[in-house]
Design a protein around this ligand. Sequence first.
Ligand code: ZN
Length: 286
Amino acid sequence: MKNKFTITISDVKGSRHYTIDEILKRIVAVFLIFVALLFAGGIIYITVLNYKVEQLDIKKDELQNELNDKIAYYEVIKEKIDEIESIIGIAHEADDNTTHEARLSNITLTTVQQSLLLQFIPNGEVTPHNGISDRFGMRKHPVKGIDEFHSGLDFRTPLQTPIYAPALGIIEYAGSSSSGYGSLVIVDHGFGFKSYYAHLDKTMLIKVGQFVKKGDHIANSGNSGISTGPHLHYEVRFLGRALNPINFVNWDLNNFSQIFEKETNVQWDSLLEVMSILLANKQNPQ
Ligand SMILES: [Zn+2]
């Protein structure tokens, strides 16, 4: 038998003997447990860190998306400002450092000009009505029964419904017409625009040559001419050509530039250029 180095520990419970092997085994066991704990702790720590990194990535993506949305939104606003400026004739160079706030305030100033323009060119409703009974364009004529171009917009109106001028103008015609229009009023608004009101009550409220402004009561609806029932036939003409009146009925200060895209038979750019000089009371540079 080999000699073994033993350690004896004595206390109140008695004496215990430990050989060096046992002590070494215990130290190794404790060390292994320590290493295992350290390893487990490390894994937990790395998992937590990974989770946090993932969360940060998600947050980063969210912020990036938000930023992209904001940039897109800003670009739309910038384009709108460019568009409105070009419509109302404010020159803006690409290298101009004017802030967007200042550019917006310039546009707001010209809102006055816009509302003035809406005094000249037909816009808005012309009569309180019960809906549209016939639209502008090709249709089967309700009386003749054949396909025919309908040059105006028909509003359902009881007899004697007041009709108001949609813009400033001069009465060019007021009386009965030989065509199917029956009693007819024509208003010349200038700048090439005229408006027609047909199938009216035969009593005329205004005279040829009389100037009217937007909102003036110019006629009452009736059922004269070729008509299947009381209604107002409303036309907007430009240089004699009938335009779709719905674009003019829907036109106001809140959607000021909408008509420039919808009605392409009018050279709006040149009209607005001339109007902006007129309304700003500026001298033509020449
Ligand atoms: Zn009609």
